[in-house]
Design a protein around this ligand. Structure first.
Ligand code: F6R
Length: 261
């Protein structure tokens, strides 16, 4: 696991965008894993800037979202397929049908989850997965207590997550759906490169467990310690509870230029 501490979210976004740019330069039809939530927005803005500058095209790329709320009306602005369209997908040049979300309005939700897993596999798996982290240590919507090996399935959101996400629903936690479809931790761990971004003091405890805690379903993100290629991009506030922060800074400062994320 590589921990990169920078003073601003914009610097972190540049690093994530560099990794995506390198990936697409090597293979234009690479498969990206996209996260919603507020943390990756700065990355999407940077990718859009590079696209507008003619540096980056997503025309041949494919993408899969991590998760989707269950039973929000199709036009609801907080459905994750609509959120990602507005934040990123509609601002660049993905081909029609290239970006996938689990179908939270399917009649057969369990079947939709199986279909989603099959679609990821048919695409050849995810090359680079962007991740945020919840204050309770969730990744995607794998809440504390989730299987560390699970695949895409229906989950019940934790009360803390509904409180955290109330800001997207007019401040009303009761308006946040109770259920979602989410990639499982087993699905996420199958991606070839995980890039997790976390900023702000509210994430400090979760980041502490993620990087330096014991692997436990109580802090589901801790499982990424067992992934062979993880980049944890954090600002000073999110890093404030890391015991080895100075070591991570030194490793980054001494990193050879040729050795990228
Ligand atoms: C969103 C997702 C969630 C968020 C997490 C952090 O697709 O999977 O795990 O990454 O809730 O959200 P923010 O970034 O809004 O703090």
């Amino acid at each position: 696991m590589e921990v990169v501490i920078q003073s601003s979210a914009e610097e972190l976004a540049e690093l994530a965008a560099d990794a995506i740019e390198r990936l697409l330069a090597a293979r234009a039809d690479a498969v990206l894993g996209l996260a919603t939530g507020s943390s990756p927005l700065v990355i999407y803005d940077e990718l859009v800037r590079r696209h507008q500058g003619g540096r980056l095209s997503f025309a041949a790329a494919r993408a899969f979202l991590l998760d989707e709320y269950v039973h929000l009306p199709p036009e609801h602005p907080e459905r994750y397929c609509n959120v990602i369209a507005q934040a990123f997908v509609d601002r660049v040049d993905f081909g029609a049908g290239a970006v996938h979300t689990p179908d939270g309005n399917a009649e057969d939700l369990a079947g939709a989850c199986l279909d989603y897993e099959a679609a990821i596999e048919a695409a050849g798996g995810v090359d680079l997965q962007l991740l945020g982290i919840g204050t309770d240590g969730h990744i995607a919507f794998n809440e504390p207590g989730s299987s560390l090996a699970g695949r895409t399935r229906i989950k019940t959101l934790a009360p803390q997550t509904r409180v955290d996400n109330a800001r997207f629903f007019g401040g009303d936690a009761d308006a946040v759906p109770r259920h979602c479809l989410t990639q499982g931790i087993g699905t996420i761990m199958a991606a070839r490169h995980l890039v997790l971004i976390a900023t702000g003091i509210a994430k400090a405890e979760a980041v502490h467990h993620l990087v330096e805690g014991a692997v436990s379903a109580m802090w589901p993100a801790t499982i990424v310690q067992q992934h062979p290629h993880v980049s944890v991009l954090i600002d000073e506030a999110a890093a404030s509870r890391l015991r080895l922060a100075d070591y991570y800074r030194q490793v980054w400062a001494d990193k050879p230029a040729w050795q990228v994320l």
